[in-house]
Design a protein around this ligand. Structure first.
Ligand SMILES: Cc1cc2nc3c(=O)[nH]c(=O)nc-3n(C[C@H](O)[C@H](O)[C@H](O)COP(=O)(O)OP(=O)(O)OC[C@H]3O[C@@H](n4cnc5c(N)ncnc54)[C@H](O)[C@@H]3O)c2cc1C
Length: 442
């Protein structure tokens, strides 16, 4: 249709000619230093637009440097840091979206111990922000220090020592304790079978709602656009040129896709390997638990469980679910009772009394998962940058991800901490990432 061609042409010119933008990739399709190789072949012919029909109907109403698609903690952090660099940002979210998100249902644990050194680095780079939130971001993320313990049996003590060394090399306070040394600090847990404990005295958890909100409230220049359907990618030829919110069309020099478990569907046939998985948690009254006074955050590799203290007299624990490939909008039902009972029985071994602690609330949501456990951060196509697929661990790394993505999009070049996460590692002909020694749980 001639009308739509004119519209597309005009839009492309508008985006490319956007005056004074500090976002470098708009004209060339490459951010300075950011890998531009696609993980899948780019569309062979000029795309008519994945969502071309809505593109024809809706007029362009707004032009920004960057549109961020998805307002979970990752999108909010990226928007915050971009705005801090003087970039005009529209953050697009579904009006009913945030309560369904992984961010709204997360356990909010901020620990540094990981089996993947790349993840440990992102967590370590984020930790100072959680500890000094008021100074670094402003407002309050509700960070509470509890101490964190990773418990392993004899089989995994070597990996544990190596992973603690990764952290100490990064300058993080982390030590290896014997079970007896750990019990001196945090009495009341049953440590049968535990051979070693990786301990972080300063780790803890934060309030997910306050964290996300603080990123946005403390940002200058982020326009939050909500609509019933959220956003769709707009294409001009072979590049992404903006977002269609259903109510308006936003032309953008760069779109950052940060839609968590919804990202794969938004990319359609162009998606790198990305699955969804539903994960759940329970909060219970800890009133009668002997360990409740000194309860740290714990991941127990032997029972495959985690738990932490929650607000007054409560304990929060994870419930493993059979949740692969769940449609993310169907992921929010509370964990099934039989799954909850199985998790309680396993944790009760470690935290005596948990099996009978009265349930006070429950939550579940989907997150995006990749085959190698690493997130997808970097350019997929010209005009489209991914920050998604956080494999059930994106909350704790959101500050450093936001800071580094903003740096790359404003021309600071490759940020070394993001290089292991490039989407093009899944491109045809590329060697898969070498397997990392892993625990039973992570
Ligand atoms: C039960 C549970 C426990 C967890 N525990 C921890 C933990 O202890 N520590 C930790 O670090 N991580 C944890 N995680 C993982 C962590 O919460 C996630 O990795 C992180 O919140 C992902 O953030 P995100 O912004 O990428 O995605 P999300 O928070 O899922 O946000 C994506 C957003 O995109 C929006 N969206 C979807 N479609 C569209 C569209 N078309 N247009 C616009 N917007 C759209 C959604 O509405 C949503 O708000 C846990 C997750 C769960 C579910």
């Amino acid at each position: 249709m001639p009308g739509s061609r004119t519209l597309t042409h005009r839009r492309r010119n508008r985006v490319r000619g956007h005056p004074g933008t500090p976002v470098r990739p708009a004209a060339s399709g490459r951010a300075a230093g950011v890998a531009a190789q696609s993980v899948v072949p780019r569309p062979a012919a000029p795309a008519t637009g994945i969502h071309s029909r809505s593109a024809k109907r809706t007029p362009v109403t707004r032009t920004v440097d960057v549109a961020v698609l998805g307002g979970g903690v990752v999108g909010a952090s990226i928007a915050h840091h971009l705005a801090g660099a003087g970039v005009s940002v529209a953050l697009v979210e579904r009006s009913s979206g945030t309560h369904r998100s992984a961010t709204s249902n997360t356990a909010g644990q901020i620990r540094l111990h990981h089996s993947d050194p790349a993840d440990a680095q992102l967590a370590a780079l984020s930790f100072g922000t959680f500890e000094n939130w008021g100074e670094k971001i402003g407002g309050d993320a509700g960070f509470r220090r509890t101490g964190f313990a990773f418990l392993v049996g004899e089989r995994h003590t070597d990996i544990l020592r190596d992973n603690v060394k990764v952290l100490t090399d990064l300058g993080v306070e982390a030590i290896v304790l014997t079970p007896a040394e750990f019990a001196d600090r945090h009495p009341g847990l049953n440590l049968d079978g535990v051979a070693a404990v990786a301990y972080e005295p300063r780790s803890g958890y934060a309030d997910p709602h306050r964290t996300r909100t603080a990123f946005l409230d403390q940002a200058r220049g982020v326009t939050v656009l909500t609509s019933r359907s959220g956003g769709r990618l707009l294409w001009s030829g072979q590049r992404v040129s903006g977002v269609d919110t259903g109510a308006e069309r936003v032309a953008a020099g760069e779109v950052v896709l940060a839609a968590g478990a919804w990202s794969g569907a938004l990319l359609g046939e162009f998606a790198p390997p990305l699955r969804t998985k539903r994960v759940g948690l329970i909060v219970a009254d800890a009133g009668d638990l002997p360990a409740r006074e000194h309860l740290p955050m714990v991941i127990d590799d032997l029972t495959g469980t985690y738990f932490r203290p929650a607000f007054d007299h409560s304990v929060l624990f994870g419930v493993p679910l059979e949740g692969w490939d769940t449609e993310p909008d169907d992921a929010n039902d509370p964990p099934e009772r039989d799954r909850e009972a199985a998790a309680r029985a396993r944790i009760d071994r470690r935290l005596p009394g948990l099996a009978r602690a009265p349930r006070t609330s429950a939550a579940a949501a989907a997150d995006g998962y990749t085959p190698d456990g690493r997130a997808l951060i970097g350019r997929l196509f010209a005009g489209l940058y991914l920050a998604t697929g956080f494999n059930g661990g994106g909350f704790k790394v959101a500050p450093s991800v936001g800071r580094a993505v903003a740096a790359e999009l404003t021309g600071a070049g490759d940020q070394p901490e993001l290089v292991p996460y490039r989407p093009d590692r899944f491109a045809a002909g590329r060697e898969p990432v070498a397997p990392i020694p892993r625990y039973a749980t992570m």
